[in-house]
Design a protein around this ligand. Sequence first.
Ligand code: THU
Length: 131
Amino acid sequence: MDEKLLIKKAKEARENSYSPYSNFAVGAALLTEEGKIFTGCNVENAVYGLSNCAERTAIFKAVSEGYRRFTAIAVVADTDEVCKPCGSCRQVFIEFNPDMEVIMSNLNGDVEIKKAVQLLPGSFSRKQLNS
Ligand code: THU
């Protein structure tokens, strides 16, 4: 997994962020098992609750194009520490791959990598729906 490339793509996607309410621009880049990269940015709305995070934009783009097997996702924002995905995005990572590598970064070049399951231990999943 080329984490540098994913971080670069996430930074580029961040440039497209539509975030006039928070002024907090986020970019993401998702790697599929096939080696394809899908990018995303946060997209906000005057009805604040409709805003979508960069990570979920990337994942929903990929799923809608027929890709479901993800190995890694990079997320970048202009933060002092690395940018940490929100709880909703963590739940979406778990849906597709609990072992997905989550590459958290910022514009200073700090990087922290954790598996999705480490970011949301003990989460609800489809296994419980069938039990
Ligand atoms: N946001 C993301 O896109 N990803 C994250 O990991 C953290 C938060 C967005 C949501 C909202 O548009 C803005 O950042 C402020 O919360």
